[in-house]
Design a protein around this ligand. Sequence first.
Ligand SMILES: NC(=O)c1ccc[n+]([C@@H]2O[C@H](COP(=O)([O-])OP(=O)(O)OC[C@H]3O[C@@H](n4cnc5c(N)ncnc54)[C@H](OP(=O)(O)O)[C@@H]3O)[C@@H](O)[C@H]2O)c1
Length: 281
Amino acid sequence: MRNKKAAITGGSRGIGRGIVRRLAREGYDISFTYSSRRGKVQAEALVEEITGQYPVKCFCHGAALNEKGTAEEFVREAYEELGGLDLLVCNAGQSLVHSIYEMDEQTIDFLINLDFRSYLMAAREAGRIMGENGIKGNIIFISSCRGLRAFPYDELYGGLKAGLIRSIQTFALDLAPYGIRANCVSPGPIRVRTSQEMREEGVCEQEIEDLDNLWKQLPLERMGTPEDVANAVAFLASDEAAYITGTNLVVDGAASLPGIPENRPKADEEFKTWCNFKRRW
Ligand SMILES: NC(=O)c1ccc[n+]([C@@H]2O[C@H](COP(=O)([O-])OP(=O)(O)OC[C@H]3O[C@@H](n4cnc5c(N)ncnc54)[C@H](OP(=O)(O)O)[C@@H]3O)[C@@H](O)[C@H]2O)c1
């Protein structure tokens, strides 16, 4: 039987690597991207791992998806080398959560191009390829629960992620006549690196400590894993989700559900934070 074919952006590590592993287990031939020198090493190791473990093809490509033209080119390359395209997962991104008052325009443009534009262009190309070739495929955007609720300092990142959730709905409508489905997965806090890995990447101790303790603030009282997100992707791409399109599957352990606490905690209650505020003026 023919293997299904998947193109995944940002598969070299984190959530993307979880998605690559899960889809390989499902029997997909895979083409995925990385962008950095470190990513190349991780991507090549992943290709070796996947092809050693499963009877599938797996390729990786360097792609700076913040640069115009790169996302479309990757989708075309993946289609050619895999000999088909049943699934596109747009995942590559950077979670830059900084106040817009402290970001330069270059960073703002970079994030718009990477976290939003590249998704739209890749999906447009995949929709065209699937439509022209009569493939009843799937397109999945990895958004974020920050696209649903306002968190501190995410005017840009949260806004772009909200845009993806909205945009996928119209992809779903436009592509429905071709039998192509388009959905979003919105992760909450996902632990993608160990404390040691973060230390090696130069992340400061306070940030590491905050992340180590974040699980205590989450309703399900644990951080999510790349596998949690990959399971949602595998489900949405499967025939079991054949009647689901234009939806947003939130995988956040209920992180985005709570409203603002209205009363001070009583002596036997625990305080949960909801805002960081810095007075600038
Ligand atoms: N982790 C979370 O808690 C969380 C929560 C909600 C949503 N998300 C979303 O999930 C997605 C994956 O996040 P993650 O935490 O798994 O991130 P990650 O571990 O840092 O991995 C990001 C991936 O994107 C690639 N990438 C980064 N910059 C790129 C660029 N300029 N051009 C092309 N590719 C680039 C990376 O490749 P290199 O390593 O080679 O640079 C890597 O493969 C993102 O869209 C993120 O916004 C994450």
